[in-house]
Write a protein that binds this ligand. Sequence first.
Ligand code: KG4
Ligand code: ZN
Length: 337
Amino acid sequence: MLILGIETSCDETAAAIVKNGTEVVKSTVATQIAIHKPYSGVVPELASRAHVELLNAVVEKTLKRARMSPRHLDALAVTVGPGLIGSLLVGKMAAEALGWAWGLPVYGVNHIEGHLLSAILQYKTLQPPFLGLVVSGGHTELIVAKKWGGYYLLGRTRDDAAGEAFDKVAKMMSLEYPGGPVIDRLAKSGDPGRYPLPVPHLSGNWDFSFSGLKTAVLYLLRKKKTWTLAQKADICASFQYSVVRVLVAKTLAAAQALGMKNIVVGGGVAANSALRSELNNRAKKLNINVFMAPPQFCTDNASMVASAAFFKRHSLHVQSQFHMPALKNPPPFKNAL
Ligand code: KG4
Ligand code: ZN
């Protein structure tokens, strides 16, 4: 089954053709980073306008690169939320128009579910049940996936998402947008012990909070007028250490408390090199398997949208209802940091 996915929920205009949910035939991502860079963040109106300009070309290019025509396709899939409303509308209207013109069904996909399932593009036999960690620019969520489409929320951020914290801390240090990859790179040469920062662990529950850590960085930066690049690298290393430490500790503690042997990780922050190595290393010692989305499918892309639609196609309609109730009777979180 060949599904053409469309993703326009934020600042990437993307299309991809995926075979049977796991085999990416071709994936095209037109990033708008250059458009938003001067503002150090995504400007919603500029994002939707750019999607309007780019989307047809991105879909056409994807078909051309795959040497396919719409006749080869079995369905379309499109992100219907959450995201920037104007940007989502561009993708949804385009998918509906193409579905009508080409006589194909259109499946609506939830963006978080796309990130949650994106590791399947590499680990093709992966199946629920598993514990999911979605860490992106808009979300930080621990999800218990019991079956396809059967997701229960265990914990989430109470304020900033992990990626948002990376972006804002980078902005405070006048580093480039998006901040995640820049901090990741600089942290490699930094000393995490030079400027110790708090590890925000919200003891006693499974939620996260990153705004206090962000403020701690702000107060640290105010202590001096200018910071050398080497000092900024130390701050990056310390900030990243705090974020990674709490993400890894809570995820592993949750897997142990729930008796789950498989952890699946997706979202832009899942591309972070420290998170990848720390989670893998610590999980190995506990005999827990970690399946991380391949780096190119961590940040927004349309392959994960087409893939999620394949695994849920029996229950999807254009206005897909994504229901993620809280996990009933969650186990207690004992401070594991
Ligand atoms: O999943 P994504 O593309 O968009 C949302 O759905 O939000 O995630 C984008 C986020 C940005 O905040 C970006 O800074 C972060 O992912 N990010 C990273 C890395 N690469 C991207 N954060 C930390 N380390 C990275 N290597
Ligand atoms: Zn995303």
